[in-house]
Design a protein around this ligand. Structure first.
Ligand code: SAM
Ligand code: SF4
Length: 328
């Protein structure tokens, strides 16, 4: 089992399969996109599966496929299939913006994917365009519908932004009245791929206060171990509410996760700057045993929390990296 020096067991890997995306969410990347990772710097399918296989042998039983937009990667569906066949993996999930996802839903079901995180910051078509810079709202709603019809658990991810989607908080909470979805409100983080610093206006407690103002019957429910989300519910509603304190970082003490970027960088904390490049290690001819050793050593030094990670390793230029490069 992978354990860090604070005794935390690491069993959750978030694998970003590509940095490119077919949306341009304002909180994630500039209008013109990013300086994309060059094709030969991207891990190949074989390299990704090899890394995942090493991690599952080390006790990782949960993998999330993310990006960029995962389905923008060529043949992403066959990569997902190959990862789904790894032994010891009990939970494979995906985070997607829903633009290209609908066509793959039956296959995702076949591969045993039980849960999909769907990003949706607004229920208003025009605001969707303002936030994502693309007119694709109806396609995301079709994907939501398709996932629910196939009985795949859906968690809707909503980044809460001053002057952009505050009027959507209550309609999104209302979605949980009749739909079996978890709507999770996320504090905005400073990972937007440009030099504009995010000032956090809507933290966990402000979002909670806002929801309680409309739904005083809101109750706190149990948070599973290592969850990044604080769980709530309106008793008579089918779905659930979550608030993710991604900026205030109050969940780090229980962290069980690590990230791998599309180019193979192992990040033991979201807020840390660099990390060892496992793709380069593979391409230099390292054996699985040697890679295992490198991984164990890196994880051992996982920072205590996001604040410590930021202080120790980030330079001013790195702090504004996009979530699409890090793997959200
Ligand atoms: N493209 C996919 C999507 O949007 O679902 C997966 C990658 S995206 C980087 C993963 C998650 O990160 C999304 O739910 C998105 O809302 C979130 N995210 C991106 N930038 C963020 C930021 N600056 N603050 C908070 N969450 C962010
Ligand atoms: Fe693309 Fe996801 Fe970033 Fe939006 S949040 S720009 S959908 S990677």
């Amino acid at each position: 089992m992978l354990t860090d020096k604070f005794g935390r067991h690491i069993n959750y890997l978030r694998l970003a399969v590509v940095d490119r995306c077919n949306l341009r969410c304002t909180y994630c990347m500039p209008e013109n996109g990013l300086v994309w990772i060059k094709q030969n710097d991207l891990m190949t399918d074989e390299e990704m599966v090899r890394i995942c296989s090493i991690f599952t042998k080390l006790g990782v039983n949960k993998i999330r496929i993310t990006g960029g937009e995962p389905f923008v990667r060529k043949n992403c569906i066959s990569l997902i299939e190959n990862i789904s066949q790894l032994h010891n993996l009990t939970d494979l999930s995906i985070t997607t913006n829903g633009l290209l996802t609908e066509q793959y839903i039956p296959l995702l079901k076949e591969f045993g994917i039980q849960s999909v995180n769907l990003s949706l910051d607004t229920l208003d078509e025009n605001r969707f365009f303002e936030i994502t810079r693309r007119r694709s709202f109806s396609q995301v709603m079709k994907t939501l519908d398709g996932l629910l019809k196939h009985e795949i658990q859906v968690k809707i991810n909503t980044v809460v932004m001053e002057n952009q989607n505050i009027e959507d908080i209550i309609p999104l909470v209302q979605l949980t009245r009749d739909l079996p979805v978890d709507v999770r409100f996320i504090e905005e983080m400073p990972f937007n791929g440009n030099d504009h610093t995010t000032n956090l206006h809507w933290n966990h407690s402000k979002i909670l206060h806002h929801i309680k103002g409309h739904f005083p019957q809101l109750i706190k429910t149990e948070d599973p171990k290592s969850s990044t989300s604080y769980h709530y519910k309106i008793p008579e509603f089918i779905g659930n509410i979550g608030i993710i304190a991604a900026y205030t970082r109050s969940f780090c003490g229980d962290c069980n996760r690590i990230r791998i970027t599309p180019s193979g960088i192992l990040r033991s904390c979201l807020y840390e700057g660099g990390g060892i490049n496992l793709k380069d290690e593979m391409r230099s001819g390292k054996t699985d045993e040697e890679l295992t050793h490198i991984i164990i050593k890196t994880i051992h030094h996982k920072p205590k929390d996001g604040w410590e990670a930021e202080k120790q390793t980030l330079t001013a230029s790195q702090i504004h990296q996009s979530m699409a490069t890090i793997g959200g």
